[in-house]
Design a protein around this ligand. Structure first.
Ligand SMILES: C[C@@]1(CC(=O)O)c2cc3[nH]c(cc4nc(cc5[nH]c(cc(n2)[C@H]1CCC(=O)O)[C@@](C)(CC(=O)O)[C@@H]5CCC(=O)O)C(CC(=O)O)=C4CCC(=O)O)c(CCC(=O)O)c3CC(=O)O
Ligand SMILES: NC(=O)C1=CN([C@@H]2O[C@H](COP(=O)(O)OP(=O)(O)OC[C@H]3O[C@@H](n4cnc5c(N)ncnc54)[C@H](O)[C@@H]3O)[C@@H](O)[C@H]2O)C=CC1
Length: 190
């Protein structure tokens, strides 16, 4: 199965995570990094999840999932260790047309989550279409070493130039030539 990769703006969107274990924690952390409003439903939570609650970063609902709990949310991630619950949440999401990531079943998911290398405004997403998350992680670790802060600085320079040239009547090919010169000067692509 092929996926359509997108960059979704989830700032201030209401995201529900069902489950309070290790995988839930990883998903909560990545949602928070993108500015989402996160609520977690689970009958038990990992200590780190309680800590996020105590810091005022997330809302917690301490009980099992109830039918239709998903109703008010824009995005749902279901990360319990109970397949039946995961299925139930997925089918509720389908009922209300809510995008859902089911961590133990990509067939029930409307989206899967890639691994991400983020250096300033450079984002590299990695996926194996769900075939080997471990390989995904290892590719991320490899790329993280390769993409140093110099790339962030280069991007800043290019952005500045691009904003300056946007309004100019320079031909498109001359604009690209200017960008290329900046990139060549960085020495990062030799
Ligand atoms: C389909 C997908 C659905 C989704 O979660 O979106 C999915 C599914 C499953 N993962 C499983 C296992 C592991 N997942 C990881 C790690 C990550 N998994 C992530 C994403 C995805 N995992 C989506 C596809 C991504 C892709 O396309 O490659 C990452 C990238 C992002 C994130 O989770 O935020 C994050 C890396 C973060 C980083 O960069 O470090 C590790 C390694 C580790 O934990 O270190 C292991 C153990 C090793 C192994 O199995 O490979 C299992 C079996 C569970 C079991 O056996 O019980 C399933 C279920 C199944 O395969 O059916
Ligand atoms: N997608 C991914 O990246 C990965 C997925 N997995 C899968 O993710 C699932 C969860 O793994 P972990 O977080 O390690 O498990 P865990 O045991 O640490 O956490 C499970 C959580 O689900 C909660 N839970 C159970 N039933 C519930 C219900 N009815 N309503 C609400 N919450 C409920 C529990 O209280 C617990 O907090 C497993 O099925 C595993 O196969 C595992 C590794 C990686």
């Amino acid at each position: 199965m092929d996926y359509y990769p997108v960059m979704m703006n989830i700032k201030d969107k209401k995201c529900l995570v069902v489950g309070g274990g290790n995988v839930a924690l990883r998903k909560i952390s990545s949602l928070l990094k993108c500015g989402a409003k996160v609520t977690v439903i689970s009958q038990a939570f990992k200590k780190e999840i309680y800590m996020l609650y105590n810091e005022g970063k997330i809302d917690l609902i301490e009980r099992c999932y109830f039918d239709d709990d998903v109703k008010e949310y824009n995005i749902v991630i279901v990360a319990t260790d109970d397949r039946k619950t995961n299925k139930r949440v997925a089918s509720d999401c389908q009922k209300y047309n809510i995008p859902v990531n089911v961590v133990d079943d990509k067939g029930l998911s409307t989206f899967i989550v890639p691994s991400v290398v983020a250096k300033g405004d450079i984002t590299i997403s990695i996926s194996t279409n769900g075939k080997s998350p471990l390989l995904t992680r290892m590719i991320r670790e490899k790329l993280e070493k390769q993409f140093t802060e110099e790339y962030e600085l280069l991007l800043k320079e290019l952005e500045k130039m691009r904003n300056r040239l946007k309004e100019s009547d320079l031909a498109e090919e001359d604009k690209i030539k200017t960008y290329r010169e900046i990139i060549d000067k960085s020495g990062l692509f030799q």
